[in-house]
Design a protein around this ligand. Structure first.
Ligand SMILES: Cc1cc2nc3c(=O)[nH]c(=O)nc-3n(C[C@H](O)[C@H](O)[C@H](O)COP(=O)(O)OP(=O)(O)OC[C@H]3O[C@@H](n4cnc5c(N)ncnc54)[C@H](O)[C@@H]3O)c2cc1C
Ligand SMILES: *[C@@H]1O[C@H](CO)[C@@H](O)[C@H](O)[C@H]1NC(C)=O
Ligand SMILES: *[C@@H]1O[C@H](CO)[C@@H](O)[C@H](O)[C@H]1NC(C)=O
Ligand SMILES: *[C@@H]1O[C@H](CO)[C@@H](O)[C@H](O)[C@H]1NC(C)=O
Ligand SMILES: *[C@@H]1O[C@H](CO)[C@@H](O)[C@H](O)[C@H]1NC(C)=O
Ligand SMILES: *[C@@H]1O[C@H](CO)[C@@H](O)[C@H](O)[C@H]1NC(C)=O
Length: 652
């Protein structure tokens, strides 16, 4: 019997009057197992100025070929025709996403079909800590020790298809431990993940999840602070292997004509910097060594050590490629799909589609000076003098911003009654060390007068990449004993005397309560600003500050929830009160941020983003916690104050 390409997905099951879901494969009238001999990989090579991963696409011709004309119709893999033209009507949509154990959850055969059409790219989730337990049948003491020893290393999580770096929001399920308590369960991890190697794989996963009413999540590196790259009972798309980079010496788009670089969705900051260095240009990326570039970073705005000079990462975007909720692969730029182009420059990840690449401006090479230093309270440095020193620094932030430099600093409780101020680093693109010394002189003079002694580690570099490597630390991730919040403080807060005092008191007050502060002397760029979805609060910002609350290892969820609420409602109130009308950076924020629409997006931009979201995703395939449109959803079984992704996603 010739089974090749003769495939029927049949055995139709009716759901909620509006859904028809396939559960078996029938070939030549027989129910069979899906195997490589009766299901082909589904893709076609398309010419165009695409990355290699993007040339391999799913087309209607491919879908037609997948099936025997007489017998078959693989509807779970089909595009949703005209989805963007259809009027949104949430009353006709299912009230919850289909969850494992539900009658309509796809059976093994259907998952196997997805696996075969994606060329064996489907992975059934095994949590990263599973080797420490016996529940997934892969107990392995050596691997377990390795996972424990590397858990703070972002690379460990980047290389894993489902791990995220904020285990709290997975529900701290299956935490690696030499002496594990309880069992290893999937918790907030997705059920399956497509390790996408080309656009066709993403399109197939999108169509499959939409047709079967599954929750869909997207994971790139897993850096997200708020658990937005995981989700219980979901199918996940892992973009890690979209690693290609194209360089254009001259790229023309709208009014721009100059160098540009096209970056695949799975490329991390360090890789894009390496490529830019090789091509003799500079790209506006983050300080984080391993943060993804063309994933959540650019979609969420993306702040950079280069921002005071050039603006945010999203301001550099010239064009992008994206798979939308209907399964189609589109280009969005100033000429086509302009709404999507607007939204995907600052309006957040996992909301409008799966981006496969961004093309961004590249700037000339730039010499850069960096300085690192710190000081702590001690028997010779009182708390009073310490805070006067911080005050002197805050006073000078507008001057440093105007010079186009960037300061990354923190105020940390480093011992009982000891506080440390660390500059890690002061990053000065376009400056020689001599110029940076001149800029720093008023600050260092004020500090010396306060009796502060500190030693400076400094260097000067011919270009951005070596300066970045010399300046920035490799940050630790994977922690389970803290929660963050943040605020963008406008320039007026440093210029107006009363506002300055309120800002300083707010920051000091949080530290006095036991909080840690991570700060950035940064701006949203000198302007003029492109019209995009970047939070307007960035545009007059002079400082972005992140607050951190800690609790003891092993604290109960009740204690965690209480600390979470304390940070949001009590500790952060003075920060908000000192900066009315401003907002914060959604990508490094509080999972329980009050009035997130205003704070993360700005009220007017939120309204436009929501209307775009409803148009391009009328069936709500995409969801991101505190993303645009997310308030129409909730996750079951939540502890008030700790919104984990460990539950079923349902409509409010
Ligand atoms: C140590 C550390 C340092 C950081 N440094 C900086 C910094 O310097 N500047 C800055 O601006 N931010 C920084 N961040 C925050 C960072 O920008 C966000 O965490 C960002 O969302 C990470 O994106 P990702 O793609 O790497 O991570 P993920 O967690 O994989 O993804 C983040 C979000 O984007 C979505 N997403 C990912 N890829 C795609 C895609 N292709 N299409 C659509 N949606 C997608 C995911 O679903 C998720 O919602 C830092 C974070 C950490 C933990
Ligand atoms: C469809 O199948 C035919 C016959 O095998 C083949 O020639 C053609 O290239 C296929 N088309 C696509 C888009 O895969
Ligand atoms: C497949 O199913 C869809 C939806 O039921 C239908 O519109 C389409 O005509 C079918 N295609 C074939 C080739 O039978
Ligand atoms: C982090 O993990 C990567 C990849 O396994 C490894 O190369 C690197 O040495 C690790 N870093 C540290 C500090 O352990
Ligand atoms: C302060 O700087 C010194 C010298 O560079 C370094 O060894 C030390 O670890 C730093 N301390 C803190 C708390 O950052
Ligand atoms: C700001 O605080 C300083 C120090 O406490 C004080 O001397 C000054 O009068 C205050 N200024 C205003 C406008 O409140």
């Amino acid at each position: 019997m010739q089974l090749n390409r003769r495939l029927l997905v049949g055995g139709l099951v009716a759901l909620c009057a509006s859904h028809v879901v396939a559960q078996t494969i029938v070939v030549d009238g027989e129910e069979i197992d899906a195997t490589a001999s009766n299901v082909d990989e589904a893709s076609e090579v398309i010419a165009g100025d695409f990355l290699p991963e993007e040339k391999i696409q799913l087309t209607s011709d491919v879908l037609a070929n997948l099936t025997d004309l007489e017998l078959s119709n693989v509807t779970v893999l089909y595009f949703s025709e005209g989805v963007s033209a259809r009027k949104r009507n949430t009353r006709t949509l299912a009230s919850c996403k289909t969850f494992p154990g539900d009658l309509l959850w796809p059976n093994q055969i259907i998952w196997q079909v997805l696996n075969l059409v994606t060329g064996g790219s489907l992975i059934k989730t095994v949590p990263i800590g599973a080797s420490c337990y016996d529940d997934f049948g892969n107990y392995n003491a050596a691997r377990c020790s390795y996972v424990i020893s590397q858990f703070t290393n972002s690379s460990l999580h980047i290389l894993d298809p489902t791990s995220s770096m904020s285990p709290l929001y997975e529900g701290m399920t299956c935490q690696p431990s030499e002496d594990p308590a309880g069992t290893c369960t999937l918790g907030g991890f997705p059920s399956y993940v497509v390790d996408a190697k080309n656009v066709a794989h993403i399109q197939l996963a999108v169509n499959f999840a939409r047709a079967l009413n599954l929750r869909l999540v997207i994971k790139n590196t897993g850096h997200d602070f708020n658990g937005r790259s995981v989700g219980a009972g979901a199918l996940s798309i892992w973009t890690h292997n979209f690693k290609s980079i194209n360089y254009y010496k001259t790229y023309t788009s709208g009014s721009y004509s100059g160098a540009a670089i096209k970056v695949g969705a799975g490329v991390i900051g360090q890789e894009v910097y390496e490529a830019a260095e090789k091509y003799g240009v500079t790209v506006v990326g983050g300080e984080g060594m391993s943060v993804g570039y063309a994933g959540g970073f650019l979609a969420g705005g993306g702040h950079s050590p280069m921002s005071p000079l050039y603006g945010l990462g999203a301001d550099q975007i010239l064009s992008l490629e994206v798979v939308t909720a209907d399964g189609r692969f589109l280009t969005a730029n100033s000429n086509q799909n302009t709404d999507l182009f607007w939204a995907l420059r600052g309006g957040g990840g996992s909301t409008y589609g799966v981006v496969t690449s961004y093309t961004v401006k590249a700037f000339p090479k730039i010499k850069t000076a960096v300085m690192t230093f710190n000081f702590s309270t001690s028997s010779t440095l009182s708390h009073e003098a310490f805070w006067l020193a911080v005050r002197a620094f805050f006073k000078l932030i507008p001057t440093f911003n105007a010079a186009g430099t960037y300061e990354y600093w923190n105020i940390w409780h480093t011992g009982t009654d000891t506080i440390t101020f660390s500059m890690v680093p002061w990053f000065a693109p376009g400056h020689t060390l001599a110029q940076l010394h001149t800029l720093a002189n008023p600050l260092f003079t004020a500090w010396t007068a306060l009796g502060i002694t500190f030693s400076v580690t400094e260097s000067e570099h011919a270009s951005y990449y070596p300066a970045w490597k010399a300046g920035f630390p490799r940050e630790l991730v994977g922690g389970t004993v803290s929660k963050t919040a943040g605020r963008l403080f406008p320039k007026a807060n440093f210029v107006d005397a009363a506002k300055f005092n309120a800002t300083f008191d707010a920051i000091k007050g949080l530290s006095d309560k036991g909080g840690q502060v991570i700060g950035f002397g940064i701006t949203g760029g000198p302007g003029p600003y492109p019209d995009n979805a970047v939070n307007p609060a960035w545009r007059d910002a002079a400082m972005f500050a992140i607050s951190v609350i800690n609790w003891d290892e092993g604290s109960s969820w009740d204690v965690i929830a209480q600390k979470s609420k304390l940070l949001t409602n009590d500790w952060m109130k003075p920060w908000r009160d000192a900066s009315p009308g401003s907002g914060t950076y959604a990508s490094e924020s509080d999972v329980t941020e009050p009035d997130f629409k205003q704070s993360f997006y700005g009220t007017a931009k939120y309204a436009r983003l929501l209307s775009i979201k409803n148009q391009v995703d009328p069936t709500d395939l995409f969801y991101a916690h505190k993303g645009v449109g997310s308030d129409e959803w909730y996750i079951t079984g939540q502890i008030d104050g700790v919104p984990t992704q460990n539950g079923r996603l349902c409509r409010v």
